[in-house]
Design a protein around this ligand. Structure first.
Ligand code: HEC
Ligand code: HEC
Ligand code: HEC
Ligand code: HEC
Length: 245
């Protein structure tokens, strides 16, 4: 759907060129007369298109991404991405390495390593009020660990967390080389929450970290997961710590 247009940076000097381009990508041409009347400059007004594309990685549907043409075509020409724009064979490793979306993001507008939520809307931090209600419930009725819950936590961890934390919690997942600070090694009793006096406070602390993420680091907010899922993860990550709890 076409919603409007903004003038692009293209400035062709012949009307033929302009009309070919117009035909090819559907832009509107404006003829402007410059200070020297003999050399008319044709400026193209690029259409801002209202076309959202959704990427749903087949191996990790939780990390779906919305790509908005409206946001991008206000400032960027179609030809900066087309031909060639494709999600085929692209994943986060390629994006971190500067391909696909990473060709621009990371260098401009926002940091790919710490602002996952900009592209993956399930990783958005919850609002203050929602977070407070959620923690009040969690404190009132903390869910104790059980073998079933830890098993559930393990499968969530392998799908959602191992990319950074590594499948054994050592902090050596495939994304880790791109991160600063890097995820710590969970196997050495390194949780910050260990300063808390009792196990319940440690659990709540971990639940809170999971729900809000850690600002300024790659650790996303996982509040889109149900409270049960988050408790399952809390109990599972503790199993990495040597000596147990
Ligand atoms: C910032 C990069 C970027 C810009 C600028 C851009 N596109 Fe796209 N476009 C994409 C990506 C990424 C896709 C998704 C490709 C895929 O499915 O793998 C896409 C897909 C499309 C599709 C196919 C949608 C579908 O259903 O597969 C059309 C049509 C399209 N773009 C037209 C345009 C036009 C016209 C412009 C300029 C007005 C434009 N694009 C500008 C990145 C861009
Ligand atoms: C600039 C946008 C952008 C940012 C920022 C971003 N991603 Fe992605 N991510 C994508 C796109 C696009 C795909 C889907 C590629 C596809 O399957 O078509 C994707 C796919 C994924 C996948 C599944 C595919 C894979 O390679 O494993 C995971 C997991 C993921 N992202 C995690 C993250 C995390 C964690 C962060 C923050 C550190 C992040 N992403 C930041 C755009 C982004
Ligand atoms: C050619 C450079 C370029 C490419 C490639 C590109 N972007 Fe962007 N993107 C931009 C620019 C510039 C903006 C800022 C637009 C604005 O401020 O309105 C932007 C804005 C965004 C925003 C909105 C940020 C906000 O907070 O409003 C998101 C989300 C985003 N891009 C995701 C993606 C994804 C996902 C891809 C890959 C499919 C991608 N971009 C590819 C240049 C690019
Ligand atoms: C995009 C990379 C990334 C992903 C994905 C990720 N984390 Fe993290 N995580 C980090 C980073 C970076 C830190 C901060 C450095 C540190 O404290 O180890 C962190 C910190 C943490 C901490 C805090 C440790 C402490 O001592 O306070 C916990 C717990 C944690 N992550 C659990 C998880 C769980 C569970 C998941 C999956 C639901 C997950 N993380 C997914 C990167 C990630």
């Amino acid at each position: 759907m076409l919603v409007g247009y903004a003038t692009s940076s293209y400035a062709l000097t012949t009307t033929e060129g302009a009309s070919r381009f117009k035909e090819a990508i559907g832009t509107r041409a404006e003829t402007r007369t410059t200070a020297t009347p003999r050399a008319p400059v044709v400026r193209l007004a690029q259409l801002v298109i209202d076309l959202d594309v959704q990427f749903i990685p087949s191996t990790a549907p939780f990390f779906n991404t919305q790509f908005s043409h409206t946001k991008h075509t206000r400032w960027i020409n179609c030809s900066d991405c087309h031909p060639g724009a494709s999600s085929q064979g692209t994943g986060m490793l390629e994006i971190f390495a500067g391909e696909s979306c990473g060709r621009c993001h990371g260098k401009t507008t926002f940091a790919v390593e710490t602002d996952c939520w900009r592209c993956h809307d399930k990783l958005v931090r919850p609002g203050r009020a929602a977070a407070e209600t959620d923690f009040a419930k969690a404190r009132e009725a903390p869910v104790p660990g059980s073998p079933e819950l830890r098993k559930h936590g393990e499968s969530l961890f392998q799908g959602l967390c191992a990319g950074c934390h590594g499948k054994n919690g050592r902090g050596n997942g495939r994304f880790a080389p791109f991160l600063n600070p890097k995820p710590r090694d969970f196997t050495g009793r390194t949780f910050k929450q260990l300063v808390a006096s009792d196990i319940e406070a440690i659990d709540i602390g971990l639940y809170r970290t999971l729900s809000l993420g850690i600002k300024g680091t790659a650790m996303p907010a996982w509040s889109a997961l149900s409270p049960r899922d988050r408790w399952a993860l809390v109990h599972y990550v503790k199993t990495f710590a040597s000596g147990g709890f």
